[in-house]
Ligand binder design. Sequence first.
Ligand code: HSE
Length: 434
Amino acid sequence: MKPVKVGICGLGTVGGGTFNVLKRNAEEIARRAGRGIEVAQIAARRPNPKCETGATPITADIFDVANNPEIEVVIELIGGYTLAHELVLKAIENGKHVVTANKALIAVHGNEIFAKAREKGVIVAFEAAVAGGIPVIKAIREGLAGNRINWLAGIINGTGNFILTEMREKGRAFADVLKEAQALGYAEADPTFDVEGIDAAHKLTILASIAFGIPLQFDKAYTEGISQLTSADVNYAEALGYRIKHLGVARRTEVGIELRVHPTLIPADRLIANVNGVMNAVMVNGDAAGSTLFYGAGAGMEPTASSVVADLVDVVRAMTADPTNRVPHLAFQPDSLSDHPILPIGECESAYYLRIQAKDHPGVLAQVASILSERGINIESIMQKEAEEHDGLVPVILVTHRVVEARIDDAIAALEGLADVVGKVVRIRVEQLV
Ligand code: HSE
């Protein structure tokens, strides 16, 4: 059989890695796919020194690839929302299958893209969009297809995890570690996407859709970054037996779906609490399988290429199949997506770590305890440290049982209103992940 001709748009970190893996593993890939895969054209504005493209034709215009009649699969690796969106729609309009690593594009425009793809009978594959080299989309969409999924929680931004790990282990400054992550090629073009949780929210939006069979709803995801975390809280969390991780959490409840990215205390002995550096991990809890954990490199040249090429193999195998017999884009049949709502953060439920800076007076702890008990908030543990030398204030740290967020907001407002409490109460969510 003749090889399938594909075009790569973007020859940066992931594009270069994809070209190299396709070339190096060509024979094994053909044995798996049933046909060879030939890169017939590349669109790139500049060469990639880590990638020897030889005689492969190169154009500067990505639309040359989308309009090339020989090409059956367009691999979109340029990133961003605008041009990538136009490119993918053009490729679909021209009847080409698409493989993309673009989480922002899928999270924001995926519903439209999949509808267009269905009209044209083509596949849009996006394994590389979430957690780089970890085949977590396939695991949830296919491997766990027998389960009713209850929740998932993931460390899905390598840059953020690298920063938190270096801060905790080496006491390094936030900005210094971020610079290193940028130099290593992990960070987004706009690194606020990494540290403010936007990149993780893109990925979480995708994971939640395929886990629960809901449309993509990035605009309803709650996002809180790690830039405000202090080493004091990292250390107090440690003393209480927890680690702070930047987690994406999606949970199905009776009343709706929680979709939230925020710093989170996790018991230090959980496997996921020990995922360090740029590594990613996603826990998925299903009613039949129980908790599963998927771990690996969340970014980088060849790990991400591994997922792009796996998608290509899937596309090549499925391209001759009747479109109605293919694995649906969002795991569930498109006419069976659920309208279970995404809950606003005030209606989400979690346990909480609170740090209060109090004046060293008798009765302060009693006032704190009564504010919480009046609101039905149960305290799991409490720790009071000696007064700080520089201001004489006493840090009071406590962890609550699970409670709806609006109730904690109300308690925090009351705590901040106490004459003996100084400044803002620090609040970090806590998840047990069992
Ligand atoms: N900036 C992302 C990260 C790259 O740090 O995880 C992979 O999506």
